[in-house]
Design a binder for this molecule. Sequence first.
Ligand code: GDP
Length: 308
Amino acid sequence: MQELIRNIAIIAHVDHGKTTLVDAMLKHAGVFRENEAITERVMDSNDLEKERGITILSKNLSVHHGRYKINIVDTPGHADFGGEVERVLTMVDSVLLLVDALDGPMPQTRFVLKKSLDLGLKPIVVINKIDRPGARADEVVDMVFDLFCELNANDEQLDFPIVYTSAKMGYAKLDMTSESTSMEPLFAVVESNVHPPKGDAKAPFQLLVTNIDYNDYIGRIATGKIYSGKVKTGETLALIKQNGAISKGRISKLLGYEGLKQVEIPEAVTGDIVTIAGFDDVGIGETLASAEAPEALPYVAIDEPTIS
Ligand code: GDP
């Protein structure tokens, strides 16, 4: 349900603990192990060879926590992929800005924070590694605040929520003096501070293609956020090129995220991030839309280096 979806990205300087934090969140939500079991069962009842194609390890992931579904989209780790960072950030409604409690903000922290602020996102600041000997969480918060100011954050952005974590030990807290043994406070802050994705659930379906990948079993796959309407597997959609050309095709597979894996889903709603197979000439920046009322989504082209 749209109201219960939260789309976020975790942005950080390398080594500040992004991977460890995601693992801690998955572990806390208990989805990892459980979903592995589900995937196994699904595979048992299907043609194993055919199904292998959809158990690709996704770059994005999804964590179910209580009634909420939190989609965490992956941001490229290298500053050179500037354009891609921006593109990915257009899918989310907030970012967790992860900063090492001893090292403080680093060049890449600045880079990704600037992109997020420029896009109008209101970050949640996560001070990680508070268990490190010599950690100076309060000082680092001040440094982060100064960085926000330097990057011309607006008042709303400056009023960022702060969560203190030890991703390694698996706990999060809202102030340094409190005690905590779990990641629960981080989830609470995400669920209450990040707004649900916007978009008209009753309007015709529209998805902006943000990423393209290729899979040996199912061909070219397109990932993006559903801006309006809903979609069912097997449905016929219109593919709208950036020059306005429209062609029609059928969804051969609709994939959602369960923990770290992509799994087939029967349908998806506004605000969710999904992957669609069946369109062999689909490209980044194009729109997949309702076949009856195809309308393109605006796409801001981003200059980026060609990676060969
Ligand atoms: P990434 O590059 O941002 O994905 O960082 P990783 O998650 O790979 O973490 C980098 C290193 O920092 C690893 O050696 C982690 O074990 C360590 N690390 C991550 N979180 C914490 C933490 O909360 N406390 C401490 N002491 N170390 C951590």
